[in-house]
Write a protein that binds this ligand. Structure first.
Ligand code: GCO
Ligand code: MG
Length: 403
């Protein structure tokens, strides 16, 4: 079998997605996700100008060799753009191999290790009462794990806390980044109150999670971890900027609060220290940003040696294609932890017919050959690329800060 064409499709059925289609001379094709939120066009150019010409005529079955060719061969290794481009190709190649084998992808990864994949969804609110209501509503919909975020009184709603902060929900379609305001001293005392109210109202039979979005210093995060201990969170996510790995040691010295990080990591090298020193409990890399199925599997296998569990990043900007790959990996690996799942717009589902399915808090990969996700190119044409950016954040005095 030979690769005859590589198409890169950019469309915005609610938010922008970069999708790769690898076509072969035997009629089989595979689909991959290469979306980097807010930097989509950089990956498109990388794929079209620098990757596609090198792969035409190659055997799509040599997945590991092509991964190494694109990783080592670039000389400029790692980074979100390179690794998303590799991911797009890698997912498509696994899709082709599994379709050729007439097997669902998870069978090629060693078969099932579990019957279903537990997900968490998000609840945000302008005040604690609104978040409590939102969490109760999701409990009624069958969710066993829920991420809770609340706006800070006295500040405008910020990313991750307002009711509609996702692009698909209307909060992010901006030609230029919006600017938000952050104040740590107002946030730190509020979060324990949120989780106290949640435990009082929804009880202890539910996993509660919280995302700090990299906004704290290590000692601030240590304080938050200690204050949250009575409420037994499933995890505290991205407590500090992810590149400051030694900072996690400071947090660990002060709290037994489980820690999660990794949504902006691209390779095992980004998390080697955090995993091997057991400074975290969950590694949140995802197929599209960590080099596809091949990259993800390498990281999770490494993590399993150190009792660190998986938690694939799965917001709306991780397309249904990457979500499908994540679910196949989730169901196969021994050290699965949880899968983030925000759900998608109807238009996104129309554009990506898929075999995976969601029901009452759990996902299934489906039994279709391949990873089971396709792209309807006619539907994609109806939704052209629309520039959109994540917000930036400033302190109350105007200093730019992490968000
Ligand atoms: C999460 C995330 C997302 C990211 C977004 C960036 O935990 O789901 O933090 O909300 O911010 O995916 O593109
Ligand atoms: Mg996050």
């Amino acid at each position: 079998m030979k690769i005859t064409d590589i198409k890169v499709i950019v469309a915005s059925p609610g938010r922008n997605f970069v999708t790769v289609k690898v076509v072969t001379d035997e009629g089989l094709y595979g689909i991959g996700d290469a979306t980097v939120n807010g930097r989509e066009k950089a990956v498109v150019a990388y794929l079209q100008d620098h990757v596609a010409p090198c792969l035409i005529g190659r055997d799509p079955g040599r997945i590991e060799d092509i991964w190494q060719y694109l990783y080592k061969g670039a000389y400029w290794r790692r980074g979100p753009i390179t690794m998303a481009a590799i991911a797009g190709i890698d997912m498509a190649l696994w899709d082709i191999k599994a379709k050729a084998a007439i097997m669902p992808l998870y069978q090629l990864l060693g078969g099932r290790s579990r019957e279903r994949v537990m997900v968490y969804k998000h609840v945000g609110g302008l005040d604690i009462a609104e978040v409590v209501d939102g969490v109760q509503a999701l409990r009624e919909q069958g969710l066993d794990a829920i991420r809770a975020q609340v706006s800070i009184p006295g500040l405008p709603p910020i990313y991750g806390t307002g009711p509609s902060t996702d692009q698909a929900a209307g909060g992010m379609v901006q030609a230029l980044p919006t600017e938000e305001v952050w104040a740590t001293h107002k946030y730190l005392p509020l979060v324990p109150k949120l989780f106290e109210a949640l435990r009082d109202n929804v009880g202890w039979d539910v996993h509660l999670l919280h995302d700090v979005h990299h906004r704290l210093t290590p000692i601030e995060a240590a304080r938050l971890g200690k204050d949250l201990e009575p409420f037994r969170l499933f995890w505290l996510e991205d407590a500090i900027p992810a590149e400051l790995q030694d900072g996690f040691r400071i947090i660990r010295q002060h709290t037994t609060q489980p820690l999660a990080v990794g949504e902006i990591f691209n390779t095992v090298w980004d998390c080697q220290q955090l995993i091997s020193e057991q400074l975290i409990d969950y590694i949140r890399v995802t197929s599209v940003h960590a080099g596809g199925v091949t990259g993800l599997k390498k990281i999770f296998d490494f993590a399993s040696i150190y009792h660190v569990r998986s938690a694939c990043h799965g917001p709306m900007d991780v397309s249904p294609v990457a979500m499908g790959c994540n679910i196949h990996v989730d169901v196969a690996i021994p050290n699965f932890g949880i899968q983030e799942y925000s759900g998608y717009t109807e238009a996104t589902h129309d554009m990506f017919p898929c075999a995976w399915s969601y029901e009452r808090g759990y996902l299934q990969p489906g039994e279709a050959p391949g990873h089971g996700v396709d792209i309807d190119e006619a539907v994609a044409e109806k939704y052209p690329y629309a520039p959109a950016y994540l917000p930036v954040a400033r302190l109350e005095d105007g200093t730019l800060t992490s968000w």
